[in-house]
Design a protein around this ligand. Sequence first.
Ligand SMILES: [Zn+2]
Length: 475
Amino acid sequence: MGILIKNGTVVSATESKSLDVLIEGETIACVDVGIGEDGHEVVDASGLLVMPGGIDVHTHLDMPFGGTTSADDYTTGTQAAAAGGTTMLIDFALQSQGHTMREAFDVWRAKSKGKACVDYSLHMAVTDLGLGDEAEGEQRGLREMEEMVAEGISSFKLFMAYPGVLMIDDGLMFKVMQKAAALNALCCVHAENGSAIDVVVAQMIAEGKTAPHYHALSRSPKAEAEATHRAIALADMAGAAVYIVHLSNEDSLAALKFMQSRGAKALAETCTQYLVLSIEDQMPGKSWDEAKYVFTPPLRERWNQAPLWDALADGALAVVSTDHCPFRFADQKELGRGDFRKIPNGGPGVENRLQILWHFGVNAGRISPERFVALSATNPAKIFGMEKQKGRIAEGLDADILLWDTKAEYTISAATQRMATDYSMFEGWKVVGNAAKVYSRGELVVDNVAQPGKFLGATGRGRFVKREANAGGFA
Ligand SMILES: [Zn+2]
């Protein structure tokens, strides 16, 4: 028989109601008041919130960077996600220059094969369109975009930063955006003016400014704001929907809102770290320890946090993700001692996203529980073309369900986390509100009450989710 979750409060993006939820097999069979027990396994959710499992649309598992590889593979990364209540990830396949998107797709599918423990999908990062084909009159890469959409990859990532490695020029970006518009695909953009930033970086290194602190100072919020405006303007010209990833500061937010007010199909996420960490608090320029917080875009001045929270509440920002890209402090961040350019960029966060968003968002009165659900699950599913399968507690959808205990106290620490790093960005922080039980397609995969943090499912049970091209929900 099924699993019947009784006496809980079901929270959607718009309302909270006392409802029972019946799971049959991998799907939600019924959501109603007073569902009969009929021999089902009854789970008493008294006092708990019943929410859709979290969806983190920005992670980098098993990703090569500067001669090393991010510390979480698909097994530890997805298990850490589940421990924190997240049941679906979208990671990035990175096309390298001179190679095809198909190759990148195959490489990333191989990384996850037999390892992913919750469901996942991929964005395709486009770095090269290859040569033209005389017969078809179009570059190879543009045709490959069609193939990728057919594979269920309905979002393409474009980098305006990292010249010579990932950055593409405006012309190439515009071509991809035109093609994306024709395919109803979504363009995800890392918006920073990489060329200008590289000039500042070189000047700082020449002046002997090599500590982690200078990584943050070398990447001005203005460089991000300029690129944010440019990305949205180009997408608007091309008729494409655009999603700005990891928007970190008020200047960029102003650019986003301006273009939204002009009718551009523009969406954006921010990440947990920008909401609660700052240059002043985490990287004042005093020690090598600050390498733990070297990621891109960098931490900003603390005053930027309030406008980001306001934008999460009022809808200018649609999603909170993590940009989870973990590197160990002892032997990986170490690669950049004496030269901040060589510090692997990224931090561990996938496990703590919901805890941080709840504690500093809902508990602090900045967002409602319904908005929490919208930002963490419902909007990501809608924007990224999987709302018929994920992101809501509704009949027929995958039974990715989170039983959330609003009173549970939890202390974040590297000593107890599932992520494979030797540090936490939130070490020792006490939060209130945590996942009690987590179901992935109807299977109880985490029970933080009985066996805290332990992954109860089989390794490799996670499935690749094909996503529809729906132009970020604007279609
Ligand atoms: Zn990223």
